[in-house]
Design a protein around this ligand. Sequence first.
Ligand SMILES: [Zn+2]
Length: 203
Amino acid sequence: MDDLIAGYRRFRAGTWRSERSRFEELSRLGQKPRALVIACSDSRTDPQMVFNAAPGELFVIRNVANLVPPYGPDDQPHGVSSAIEFAVRALRVREIVVMGHAMCGGIQALLNGAPAEVSDFVDQWVRIADPARARAIKEPPERQQQACEHEAVRLSLANLMTFPWIKSAVDGGRLRLHGCYFGIQSGILEHLDEDGIFRPIPE
Ligand SMILES: [Zn+2]
């Protein structure tokens, strides 16, 4: 906890001071983020950092392997879908970005099975991306991890379109969906282009 408190003190001395008027405006007017980012919980792939975003700019959902489940309202609690619903229907974000990343432990669990110590929830969760796994294992073994990371982004984008109010907003031109992929080692962000290929974003 000492490290966290030291970080908090740096925040109060630095970011809080420089962004104070922005925080005050955000508390007065409420948040109006333009984008929803769905990223992995991995500590190395923070969307706020990658997009160098200011407070109030990004509405962020993070989970194991940046997965979106298909639309399926029922009597169970749905953390990811409820945050998506709030961002799209209440905040009316204009963009949704699904950001995958290299060396994803969640994707590794999907490919090889979750380690025993995380079998209560992780195993079941990553199975959302079974169709991505099925496509990735057709690749040579050394390419499967990255192929599956890419396929999981494509699958999450496809699952977003199963939400009826997302589909109608996309069809009506009020909302755009994007796929991205962050290379932890290179620091390079790739964008999923219209032709279905991930390409580095020019600097
Ligand atoms: Zn991950």
